[in-house]
Ligand binder design. Structure first.
Ligand SMILES: [Zn+2]
Length: 135
């Protein structure tokens, strides 16, 4: 049946990814074919309904359960606990870079003791002149 060759085009039209040439060809077919026009109407209605739904965020335990299931089915080699607990190499690298940056910043804040600079003056070691006329 000729309609089968338009199924992908109808889906792409609903998704907004159909090119102009295929769109023109599809529109010619839709004018002559009630079944494909009805399918397009149904898909657009489904799209409107799903667009109106609010996003749901699954609880975090769902991802752990999925990871456990994948591990049990042998689809992933690593156990979910190890996967969830072990920090990635990227995180370790970022942490090391952060430590280096903070350390370098602290070194720049501490004043250097330069050998050529004069020693700091200390008033308590300077000789105190005795007041005249008291002894
Ligand atoms: Zn058709």
């Amino acid at each position: 049946m000729a309609c089968e060759r338009y199924l992908n085009a109808i889906n792409e039209l609903v998704d907004g990814t159909l090119g102009p040439l295929r769109r023109a060809e599809l529109e010619l077919h839709l004018e002559a074919c009630e079944d494909c026009a009805a399918l397009l109407g149904d898909l657009r209605e489904i799209q409107r309904a799903t667009d109106a739904l609010e996003d749901l965020q699954p609880p975090s335990r769902v991802w752990t359960q999925i990871a456990q299931q994948l591990h049990q089915e042998g689809r992933v080699a690593e156990s979910p606990r190890g996967f969830m607990r072990r920090p990635s190499n990227t995180l370790i690298g970022l942490a090391a870079a952060l430590i280096l940056a903070v350390g370098a910043s602290l070194l720049m804040l501490v004043p250097r003791r330069d050998a050529a600079a004069p020693p700091p003056t200390n008033a308590s070691t300077a000789p105190v002149p005795e007041p005249a006329g008291l002894s």
